[in-house]
Design a protein around this ligand. Structure first.
Ligand SMILES: *Cc1c(COP(=O)(O)O)cnc(C)c1O
Length: 306
């Protein structure tokens, strides 16, 4: 497709598109351990921003896509696994904004509801080997050269512009002692850490990847100070599940009518419970947990626990 044939989209169109969403509500979390240990825990329902797009992926794309358009790029290229919440969000947003999108998907050719959704939203999929996937910039260069129209977006949308978008999650919030979220790349965590600093709150990330200590440096650099990251709550590694985790998701749903996803938010919420039991949080702490999403029926069909 030629850019001439596309509707001309401006930087401010993109900003307006991403801002045209309802405010995510904040609700109290009901969980016995929290009252036992004298804690108040509230949850910011970023998962409700959109039925298909994972809450923080929406936040992460705003300034990235605006930057692409400001640079006259009409074709967005990114990376992810076959169940990537990020690719899903990118396909949807790019399609809505009349931009082209392509994805390099890690591993062998597969079909699933997420990739079907991406294709239905006109995203072009390139399946690349795990070896090629390791060097994303090289894969991008070889697939999209001379890439006059294309714009590189890193895996998970990570990066400074995405941090800026995530800073807006907490921009109108105050009165909490702790902000807690799940961390994959740590982009979301860095964003909320910036807001936390302004409000004298403590930001904490629960890392869902095993042995991801290397992310600390990058998060600290994005945030501008040393951010607390917990590395002991990944429960065996990325996307690994176990019966205790699944039982927690079911019980949490029963008590709060809120679905958590097994990959990110359930592990993070379980970590808060565990830390509470260890008397980690001072009595009277007022914790705000960010529900970063991941519970779209597309990405998480098994979590329909009712
Ligand atoms: C992608 C994702 C995360 C991780 O966000 P990062 O900014 O990469 O740390 C957390 N929760 C959910 C539900 C996600 O989809």
């Amino acid at each position: 497709m030629h850019s001439e044939s596309m509707q001309h989209i401006t930087h401010s169109d993109i900003i307006r598109f991403f801002e045209d969403i309802p405010e995510a509500p904040i609700q109290p979390v009901l969980w016995p351990d929290f009252s036992v240990y004298g804690l108040q825990v509230q949850i910011k329902r970023e998962d409700l921003l959109h039925p298909y797009i994972s809450g923080n992926k929406w936040r992460k794309l705003k300034y990235v896509m605006a930057d692409a358009v400001a640079k006259n790029k009409t074709h967005l290229v990114s990376f992810g696994g076959a169940y990537s919440n990020h690719l899903l969000a990118l396909a949807f947003a790019a399609n809505k904004l009349h931009l082209q999108s392509s994805a390099c998907v890690r591993g062998e050719v597969v079909q699933n509801p997420v990739l079907d959704f991406c294709k239905q939203h006109r995203m072009h999929l390139h399946f690349i080997s795990r070896t090629e996937y390791r060097n994303k910039q090289a894969a991008y260069e070889s697939l999209f050269a001379p890439h006059i129209d294309t714009y590189f977006i890193d895996e998970g949308g990570r990066g400074e512009l995405a941090v800026k978008g995530c800073e807006e999650i907490m921009s109108d919030i105050s009165g909490y002692t702790h902000y807690v979220c799940a961390a994959g790349t740590g982009t979301t965590l860095a964003g909320i850490a910036r807001s936390a600093k302004r409000n004298q709150a403590i930001a904490e990330g629960i890392c869902v990847l095993k042995g991801a200590q290397a992310m600390n440096d990058e998060v600290n650099e994005w945030a501008g100070y040393e951010v607390l990251m917990h590395h002991d709550f990944h429960r065996g590694g990325y996307a690994k599940t176990d019966n205790e985790l699944l039982a927690f998701v079911a019980e949490f749903y029963q008590k709060n009518n809120i679905r958590l996803d097994e990959v990110y938010t359930a592990k993070a919420m379980m970590a808060i419970c565990e830390l509470a039991k260890q008397n980690y949080y001072p009595k009277g702490s007022n914790i705000l947990f960010v529900h970063t999403g991941g519970v779209s029926l597309l990405t998480n069909p098994l979590s329909a626990v009712d």
